[in-house]
Design a protein around this ligand. Sequence first.
Ligand SMILES: [Zn+2]
Length: 158
Amino acid sequence: MRYQDRLAEGALGKYAAALNARAARAGLPGRLTADGLRDRILESGGRCEWCDVDLVDAEFELDHVLSLKQGGANEARNLVLSCPDCNRRKGQKHPARFAAEIFRETGRETKLIARLFARYEIEAAQQLALFDRATGASPPSVDASAELTEVPPYNWTK
Ligand SMILES: [Zn+2]
């Protein structure tokens, strides 16, 4: 989808239907509507919520912050606006891990990244060490397998 002043109703409906079909195949509840997607998209201010790149007049995607495979809900509050590159790179990574990866690269703590760091009680400085093998730092709050089955309620949009 392209980010423009007027988001095409048909495109929003198709996008919602595609996400709903994916959730249904996985046997997960949650149903998105075109209106829910539009609200979420407009809240983002037209920037990738991961890397902060400007998406006005550019292609964008919607990313389940906590992926469906990790028990994330197919609801607007679990969606963020993402550039195609971030969405592909994130894949099934835990959101806190991907937040750290992007923060390390860009040095920008977007609202989403700040929220994830706060949610998982991670200091940005500590996050940087997660990927620095030389320090041998262990990231228990990110690697704990319990988090991979985390269930709602959570809300990445407020
Ligand atoms: Zn991005």
